[in-house]
Each structure stands twice: as structure tokens, then as C-alpha cells.
Design a protein around this ligand. Structure first.
Ligand SMILES: [Zn+2]
Length: 490
């Protein structure tokens, strides 16, 4: 009987904001031990559930270690990362001998003293299991792929979809690649191509949609085991930040290199066409004010996306809606545990003076002082996200507040507005509103595009304004597009 070892450790580290990532943030977001997350599977725990199911079906033994993920924020505290790493390594040593290791990681985790946590963890795992045991990892596509990660991994399989609705499906893909390697039927051989560009790439629109579909259609044929696009995470000031094309073949390095290069060059050639259609705050508010179609206009506050490390308490769009006197609007979610507490204290139906948002720093803007009516309060709210197989998220305690014409959801666990549950669980139906503001960069799209007449990506001020020239990079290689018009010509 074969035995596999599995674990999750990750977060997406925005190296610029001041919100620390400590043990508490892992506890709040996702921290389970030894298969204890049960039926409520969080996004980065979903691969563990898939691998357990696939291994069970084969009669393989599974040793499941830590399942730890933190809502993206600043650098992870050094001792917190090291303690989690050592816990996984101790579990692995205790499980030896194993026939394979499967890890669910993010790919852009930075801790104090560790710019490449995934490369560090995988390097330690490789030392323990030796050169011949297959070690695979599933990563978020917003990963910064390091040379050490490529050197020590047998295969890396990345999410293909942005929004990330395919986490369990890619876990299936990695298991299939690893299954062949563990049973000695295949020899995964991996190469990566540095596309030398920095960007945000939505797979909901052409030309990315077609490119992702093309990659999927090539897999499983002619010795091609897996193809992935690493989009990179631009808010991470690390040496290897950027886009990569990864190809895994069956024991054919020249082919892996050729595929990675050719597809990587094709991706690079689409760089201008893949740029998201961003709109300024003033222009978005003018359009929202004039909006009169039956379905809502959805405004994405991309600059205040909690899952990119932002505070999710900025007030720029809320204030603009109130100043413009826009009626029948809804905003979700502003992270403000203090406001939530006061709403619970006042109770449903109460009207009182409240100060909302604008707490974390200059990128949050000033707080909004207003008279609010408490529409509904709810404890420990869960939300669902994903495609065919959903994962669970936790937004904490939450309240729906009515301020003039705007319904505002405030919550106690800093979380991206991933699904319509963020409103509906507070008794607000976003599909009936004229304007819906979601604090999210792109994941909102899966749930909100179906109810929207139009989706507008707003570049309001905030921690995640998608303009790389504003980021004070010190380690990133700037010989990349858009800093350099054609870096491959240099
Ligand atoms: Zn991502």
C-alpha cells in the first residue's frame, strides 16, 4: 500500500502594508490539524480534502498534517512561520517512509527573514524525503515562482481561473500527475519560462479566456502532463516577482522547455490586451449616478481588496456615494469590528450616530460619521465560494446599516466580498439594488457578474491601486514590462 503525506501552509504576503500576519490571523482564517476541518472546507484546505478522497479511493494511506492559511496581509511573523514549518516537518519525519508528498501552498508567502517561504518549506521537505520521492505542490496563480521551488518540486500545478473557482479541480490535476509518478508510470519533468512582465490578468475575458482554454486542451496529450500560468503577485517586493509559464512533461525536458518558452512568449504578446479595464473613482460615480438599467451596476473597489492585504475599511467610494446622494446602493464589506460591536449593542431597528471605516491608515481614507439605522445583525457568518465544488469562508459577526440611501455591511473578520452571501445573510438582496459596491479585485466576479448589468473595476485610492510605478520596489527586477517596453529584446 502506498502512503502519501499532505499539508497546507500559506498566505499571500503584501510586503507594503503594516498589518502583521501573526498566529491570530491564521487562527481566524484557517487553522486545522490532522484532517480536523471536516465538511467546512476553506479554499486552501480544499486540496487536502480532494487528495484524501482520491487516495482513499485507491486504498492508499494518507497522513494529513497542518492546514494553515492566513487572510493576506503584511509579512508573516518569523517565529510563526518557523513554528508551522517545523510542525509539518516533524509530522513528515514521523510519517516516514512516504511514497509522495502533496502540498497546498500559495506561492507568495513572505515571512521576516524569508522572502520565499514556499521554496524554503519545499527545500526542507526534499531534504527529508530524499531525491527520489515525488513532491508536488498546488499553488495560487498569484505566485512568484522561485528557482529553488522549481528545483525541489517534482511538479507544480497552479489554479487556472481568476476568480479562483477551480481549486478542487486543480487539486485533482496535481493528484493525477503525482499518481503517475508515485506508481512509476510517468516521470514528471518541469520547465519554466520567465515572461518578464507584471500585471493582473482576469480569465473571465478574452484574450485570457481563450489562452487558459488552450492550455487545458493541450494537457493529457502527447506527453504533456500539466501547463500553468503563474500571474505573479505584484504587491510583493521579492526578487523573483513576476509571471512564469510552467510546463510539465513526461520525461522530456527539451519539450517542457520549448512549451514553456513558446506559450510564455504567446502570453507576453497579449500583455496590452490583457490589461483590466480600470475606471477612475469620479468616472465610476458619474456612471453609477446615471445608471437606470433594471439590473445593478457592480463597482469593484479593487484597491481595498482584503485578499490582497488591504484593510478593507477604506471609505472613498462610500463617501462619494453619500456626497452624490445616490439612492438604492449597497456596500460590502467594510472591516470595522468596533462598528459591528456598537450595532449589536444598539440592536436591530435602532438609529444612532456611528463612525465607520478609515481606521487603518492613510490608504483607508477618513472615517465616515453618519446616522445609521441597524437593519440586521448576525453572529459568525459563513460564506460560500467556488465553482462546482464550494469552499467556506468566515466573515465574523456582521451588521447591515442603512445610511441615507446606502446599505453598508460592516464585519469583524477582514475578508474579501467573495459571494452574495455577504449581503443576503444580512437580509440584503444585492440583485435588487441600483448600485452594488464590492471590496474585491476579481473573485467577486463569479457571483456578481450574473446579477449585474455592468461590472466596473474602480481604481479608488487604497492599498492596492494597480499602478506598479507607485510601489517602492527595492528587490523586484524592474527589467520587466511595463517598466521596460520589451524586456526580451534587452
Ligand atoms: Zn490569487
Amino acid at each position: 500500500m502506498k502512503k502519501i503525506f499532505t499539508a497546507t501552509l500559506g498566505t499571500e504576503t503584501n510586503t507594503f502594508p503594516a498589518i502583521p500576519t501573526g498566529h491570530q490571523l491564521f487562527e481566524e482564517t484557517c487553522l486545522f490539524r490532522k484532517a480536523s476541518c471536516g465538511r467546512d472546507v476553506p479554499m486552501f484546505g480544499a486540496p487536502l480534502a480532494v487528495w484524501r478522497q482520491r487516495a482513499d479511493a485507491k486504498g492508499w494511506q494518507v497522513v494529513e498534517s497542518l492546514c494553515a492559511f492566513a487572510m493576506p496581509a503584511g509579512r508573516t511573523v518569523k517565529k510563526v512561520y518557523e513554528a508551522f514549518r517545523e510542525e509539518i516537518l516533524a509530522d513528515l519525519r514521523a510519517a516516514l517512509p512516504v511514497d509522495g508528498v502533496l502540498l497546498s501552498m500559495h506561492g507568495a508567502m513572505v515571512a521576516d527573514g524569508y522572502d520565499d517561504c514556499e521554496g524554503d518549506l519545499l527545500g526542507h521537505v526534499r531534504k527529508i524525503v530524499g531525491p527520489d520521492v515525488p513532491v508536488g505542490a498546488e499553488l495560487d496563480l498569484h505566485c512568484n515562482i522561485s528557482e529553488s521551488l522549481l528545483k525541489d518540486a517534482t511538479a507544480l500545478v497552479l489554479f487556472k481561473e481568476y476568480p479562483h473557482v477551480d481549486v478542487p479541480e486543480r487539486a485533482d490535476d496535481l493528484f493525477t500527475v503525482m499518481e503517475g509518478a508515485i506508481e512509476g508510470r510517468t516521470r514528471p519533468t518541469m520547465a519554466a519560462y520567465d515572461c518578464k512582465m507584471i500585471g493582473v490578468f482576469h480569465t473571465t475575458r478574452e484574450p485570457m479566456r481563450g489562452f487558459v482554454d488552450k492550455l487545458s486542451s493541450m494537457e493529457g496529450k502527447e506527453g504533456i502532463l500539466s501547463l500553468s500560468i503563474g500571474h505573479g503577485f505584484p504587491w510583493s517586493d521579492v526578487k523573483e516577482m513576476g509571471t512564469r509559464l510552467i510546463a510539465v512533461t513526461d520525461n522530456d525536458m527539451p519539450k517542457a522547455r520549448r512549451l514553456a518558452r513558446e506559450l510564455g512568449q504567446e502570453f507576453f504578446a497579449m500583455r496590452a490586451a490583457t490589461h483590466p479595464p480600470y475606471v477612475t473613482l469620479d468616472s465610476a460615480i458619474a456612471r453609477a449616478s446615471a445608471h437606470n438599467l433594471p439590473k445593478p451596476m457592480v463597482l469593484a473597489d479593487v484597491s481595498d481588496n482584503a485578499a490582497g492585504g488591504a484593510a478593507s475599511d477604506s471609505t472613498f467610494i462610500l463617501k462619494a456615494l453619500l456626497d452624490k446622494g445616490i439612492k438604492d446602493a449597497a456596500v460590502g464589506m467594510i472591516w470595522d469590528p468596533g462598528a459591528v460591536k456598537l450595532a449589536f449593542e444598539a440592536g436591530e431597528g435602532a438609529t444612532f450616530d456611528i463612525r465607520i471605516g478609515g481606521k487603518l491608515g492613510p490608504t483607508s481614507g477618513p472615517p465616515v460619521d453618519a446616522k445609521a439605522t441597524v437593519l440586521k445583525v448576525e453572529k459568525d457568518v459563513t460564506i460560500e465560494f467556488g465553482g462546482a465544488r464550494k469552499s467556506i469562508g468566515w466573515i465574523g459577526d456582521a451588521a447591515a446599516l442603512q445610511i441615507e440611501g446606502v446599505t453598508v455591511i460592516v464585519n469583524s473578520k477582514r475578508t474579501q466580498c467573495l459571494s452574495r452571501d455577504c449581503f443576503t445573510k444580512l437580509g440584503v438582496d444585492p440583485s435588487t439594488k441600483k448600485v452594488v459596491v464590492v471590496k474585491s479585485m476579481q473573485h467577486f466576479h463569479a457571483a456578481y457578474a450574473p446579477i449585474a448589468s455592468e461590472v466596473v473595476y474602480v481604481t479608488a485610492p487604497g492599498a492596492l491601486v494597480p499602478d506598479w510605478s507607485l510601489l517602492p520596489y527595492t528587490k523586484v527586477d524592474k527589467a520587466q514590462w511595463p517598466f521596460v517596453a520589451d524586456p526580451h529584446a534587452v
